[in-house]
Design a binder for this molecule. Structure first.
Ligand code: NAD
Length: 474
């Protein structure tokens, strides 16, 4: 079979390169039409990317940090200037509404800017009468940045920002489902970043394991499912690479009885359904106090019925399709199993016949705690509301999960909310606000939701090794 030329090329060692082997097709999840072809990188191209990053590391680590900051800022402005074009491409391959795609592109730029401005201690000196001791933070080498399909662009920024600031170079690998916008960003950055400092390669299912097992990789910064995270950690053991694993979640939203029901129902609704529920920190179990359960459920169901689902390129669409067929089948299977189990639904969302992987919001009414819809991470537009009476009970139920990513707590009584939040076994709890990470605060999962942290000073330091110079004074 003769393949067409790729629509997007990889960035390797400062050059834009096409396919040496096969190509992968990329589908628009709203239409199921092919919208691009990308290289399926073979071993030679993977080696070329890691070697280019390794060579660039020698100079990049010695580049003054202010120059590294300037490169990050230049990347941010280049991407920001192309927001319109990149957002259309992102909606086309990922499915999210165009307005959300624009936010994702500008957030990419904002995160790089935030890292460009971040201070981190790379040389702390203490003196005693007899010794001068320096604790230095030295970069690691080549980082592999592995990204899933739900927020492909902004998650790439979370890999590139801290890696480059700390003096590392990087090989970024987007998901085979959503490589187009990331490769396009690479095309735009080819003349902005010194050759080899950022490399972006695309490929099929075998590329991730080949990249994480490559002997030239010193750190793996991975975002994806907990199942894949376990494989990544095993692969890292071979080279004793450092790992940061940002994995799955089954986050609880907890609504106390003193809230403004209308407002909190709306805000929790969007915490659940943003990006059609395909967000690691989306609320996936909503615990509502019995005093306000019925009013909350009514308002929440109204929103679920009225939200506009469709092709993200159409005006007024608020939720796009699921991103790929496998995810669509998983979510549809979970909804059907929930209905089959006899659970009550407050809203049974339509699942129209194709084309497109569309599932309308579905809301489950107080299912059993051990129902699959409560214990699993659906990663789609289906959410259970669960009734609770007392705080100890809801804390126990929220913590009864293998995951420990994040959560939200909603109450007018901030002290009570804070006390409750501190008892939830997760990495972040947002109180009276939607789940939105910021570049200045460390973010990471407890339990099966991850290892290590991204973002903030801690996220940058995870891209360094410590070197101690202990100097005895003459
Ligand atoms: P996934 O684990 O299937 O894939 C993630 C990435 O890993 C993709 O680029 C994939 O090609 C690559 N990959 C697959 N197998 C690999 C292997 N053996 N070795 C190395 N790389 C491999 O995840 P997904 O389905 O793309 O994304 C959804 C999951 O990601 C959900 O569980 C979600 O909660 C999680 N997620 C977590 C965060 C977070 O910050 N904690 C953020 C976004 C998504």
């Amino acid at each position: 079979m003769i393949h067409p030329e790729p629509t997007h090329r990889m960035l390797i060692g400062g050059r834009l390169v096409g396919a040496e082997g096969g190509l992968l097709s990329v589908l628009n999840p709203a239409t199921e039409e092919i919208v691009g072809h990308v290289p399926d990188a073979g071993d030679a191209q993977l080696d070329a990317a890691v070697s280019a990053a390794r060579r660039a590391f020698v100079t990049w680590r010695a580049t003054p940090v202010d120059e590294r900051r300037a490169v990050l800022a230049a990347c941010a402005s280049t991407v920001r200037e192309h927001t319109g074009e990149l957002a259309v491409l992102l909606t086309t391959e990922q499915g999210k509404p165009l307005a959300d795609a624009r936010i994702e592109i500008t957030t990419f730029a904002d995160w790089l800017d935030a890292h460009a401005a971040m201070e981190y201690p790379d040389d702390e000196i203490t003196e005693t009468g007899t010794h001068r001791v320096r604790v230095r933070r030295v970069p690691l080498g080549v980082v592999a940045g592995i990204v899933p399909w739900n927020y492909p662009v902004v998650l790439a920024a979370k890999k590139i920002g801290p890696a480059l600031l700390a003096g590392n170079t990087i090989v970024v690998k987007p998901s085979p489902y959503t490589p187009l916008t990331t490769l396009r960003v690479g095309e735009l950055l080819a003349d902005v970043v010194p050759a080899g400092v950022v490399n972006i390669i695309s490929g099929g299912d075998s590329l991730g394991p080949r990249l994480t097992g490559h002997p030239g990789i010193r750190k793996i910064a991975f975002v994806g499912s907990s199942a894949t995270g376990r494989k990544v950690m095993a692969s890292a053991a071979r080279n004793l690479s450092r790992v940061t694993l940002e994995l799955g979640g089954n986050d609880a939203a907890i609504v106390l009885p003193d809230v403004d029901v209308d407002e909190v129902a709306r805000r929790v609704f969007w915490t659940c359904f943003v990006n059609s529920g395909q967000l690691c920190i989306a609320a996936k179990r909503v615990y509502v106090h019995e005093d306000v359960y019925d009013a909350f459920a009514e308002r929440f169901a109204e929103l679920a019925r009225s939200v506009k689902v469709g092709n993200g390129m159409e005006d007024g669409v608020q939720l796009g399709p699921l991103q790929n067929r496998a995810q669509y089948e998983k979510v549809v299977g979970l909804i059907k199993a929930t209905i089959g189990s006899g659970a009550r639904l407050l809203v049974e969302g339509a699942i129209p016949d194709g084309p497109g992987y569309f599932v309308h919001p579905t809301v489950v009414d107080d299912p059993a705690d051990d129902a699959a819809i409560v214990t699993q991470e659906p990663f789609g537009p289906v959410v259970p509301l669960l009734r609770f009476r007392d705080v100890d009970d809801v804390v126990r139920r929220a913590n009864d999960s293998e995951y420990g990513l994040a959560g939200t707590v909603w109450s007018r009584d901030i002290a009570a909310a804070e006390e409750l939040a501190a008892r939830i076994e997760v990495g972040t709890v947002w109180i009276n606000q939607e789940a939105i990470p910021t570049p200045d605060l460390p973010f990471g999962g407890h339990k099966a939701s991850g290892i290590g942290v991204e973002n903030g000073l801690e996220g940058v330091l995870e891209h360094t090794d410590i070197q101690v110079l202990s100097i005895r004074k003459a």
